[in-house]
Design a protein around this ligand. Structure first.
Ligand code: BTN
Length: 250
């Protein structure tokens, strides 16, 4: 059986839901389906955090994808999903391409401010993996809440409904492309290079703790598993699988 990609025809449009990721889970929606909501009342972020979309216009999207044979680490799919969202946002707003960056593993930043986040939730049975990919993008607004000072918006002017529809269409295509790429060893290198070229962390001092050891260094790349490579000034090399509360950009 082939993977089940997102199907443009299988969209659900809602005014408000608690969480679009939860909606796909709780309603046992079939693979290949996706949902877009105008508002979310209990949006969830990575690491058990909440996700409060702000501003006037936003994308709140989740899609359900089935991998029939998982031969890759989820960390790689997570990175490629970040690349897919970044490519979609560049496609939607090419005039600000140089302002947009990928903050490993998969946040999107504009000029140093977070404008989009991704929450991937997986269930695996044998070799079959069902992934719910949730994406929140702050599109446009006039003010940023005080407690989210490093937040930002993709756009400087209000988007039309047409713009939002097109963005979702492009997002579905880019996510489907990521599903194909993650299983194609020959193409991974190009994606990894893109993730590093567009990396927000590149050149910045990073602090992390691994096995009770403090690491101070700079990102020198991304592994083919989607791990962050950090090198210290003394040339020691570390690979991080994910961020944790000790992870800091200095
Ligand atoms: C993060 O940056 O911590 C991830 C944020 C993910 C938010 C999106 S919005 C659509 C989907 N539904 C949720 O409850 N969360 C994700």
């Amino acid at each position: 059986m082939p993977n089940v990609l997102l199907n443009h025809e299988k969209g659900i449009w809602k005014k408000s839901v608690a969480s679009t990721n939860n909606y796909l889970k709780e309603n046992k929606i079939e693979q290949g389906s996706w949902i877009s909501a105008d508002e979310q009342t209990e949006g969830r972020g990575r690491k058990g955090r909440s996700w409060n979309s702000f501003g006037e216009d936003k994308i709140i999207f989740s899609g359900k994808i089935r991998f029939e044979k998982v031969k890759f680490p989820v960390s790689l799919f997570s990175l490629l999903t970040g690349c897919a969202v970044l490519k979609t946002l560049i496609q939607s707003a090419p005039e600000i391409e140089n302002d947009l960056q990928l903050k490993w593993p998969n946040d999107i930043y504009r000029n140093g401010n977070k404008i989009a986040g991704i929450l991937i939730e997986c269930e695996q049975e044998g070799e079959i993996l069902d992934a719910i990919v949730g994406i929140g993008v702050n599109l446009f607004g006039k003010s940023i809440p005080d407690d989210l000072k490093n937040g930002g918006f993709l756009l400087d002017k209000k988007p039309t409904d047409e713009f939002k529809k097109k963005l979702i269409e492009n997002l579905i295509n880019a996510l489907n492309e990521a599903v194909v790429l993650v299983g194609d060893e020959k193409s991974i290198g190009k994606e990894i290079a893109f993730a590093f070229e567009k990396s927000y962390l590149r050149g910045k001092e990073i602090k992390a703790i691994q096995n009770q050891k403090i690491i101070l260094g700079k990102q020198t790349g991304v592994t083919s598993d989607g791990f962050l490579i950090i090198e210290t000034t003394s040339g020691e090399r570390f690979e991080l699988m994910d961020t944790d509360p000790s992870f800091e950009v200095l």
